[in-house]
Design a protein around this ligand. Structure first.
Ligand code: TYD
Length: 159
């Protein structure tokens, strides 16, 4: 299945540090397909829903303050195992510990200002995408380079 989707948020620190293009470019060059993209100053109520699993944490209020400080760029990316692929590209949560070569590993030294969000699993992605995108904002289209991004095995499966 190549149509797994993931939600990416290019966070306020990436915009402030002129790293938005770099972040978007890395996902694009990897071969993930951009099927939705917009800029939005994320409202506190949507962020509280997005980060509901962290509501009890001591850093929650600061996290919401940072994420709602200036606009973010949001994308829906599609691809085979898109969630796993995007998570690997962004690296671990803490910038100082994230592997070099990843977005966070290359550009973040913070436990909070870590530049990008990417959904953890396809099930979580589905919920997160619904929180931030209307169905009509997500595009279906063919890319002419598809056959150079994925191969097919002898059974015709995408590999
Ligand atoms: P989390 O969902 O655990 O990590 P990830 O973004 O890698 O999926 O946490 C969400 C965000 O909360 C994280 O990107 C940055 C912030 N955060 C902190 O500020 N301090 C922390 O100790 C943790 C774990 C996260």
């Amino acid at each position: 299945m190549v149509n797994e989707r993931t939600l990416i948020i290019v966070k306020p620190d990436a915009l402030n540090r002129d790293l938005a293009g770099e972040a978007i470019s890395r996902f694009e060059r990897k071969g993930l397909k951009i099927v939705a993209m917009k800029m939005e100053h994320l409202p506190v109520y949507k962020l509280k829903e997005h980060y509901a699993h962290l509501a009890e944490k001591a850093f929650f209020e600061e996290l919401i303050k940072y994420m709602s400080s200036i606009p973010s760029i949001l994308m829906v990316l599609e691809g085979k195992e898109a969630c796993k692929v995007a998570r690997k590209l962004i690296g671990g949560t803490y910038g100082r510990e994230a592997e070099p070569g990843t977005l966070r590993g290359d550009y973040s030294v913070s436990n909070q200002m870590n530049l990008v969000h990417a959904s953890e699993t396809p099930e979580i992605a589905e919920k997160e995408i619904k929180n931030f995108f209307a169905e009509k904002e997500i595009f279906e289209y063919n890319k002419t380079n598809f056959d150079w991004i994925y191969a097919r095995d002898s059974k015709g499966e995408i590999v």
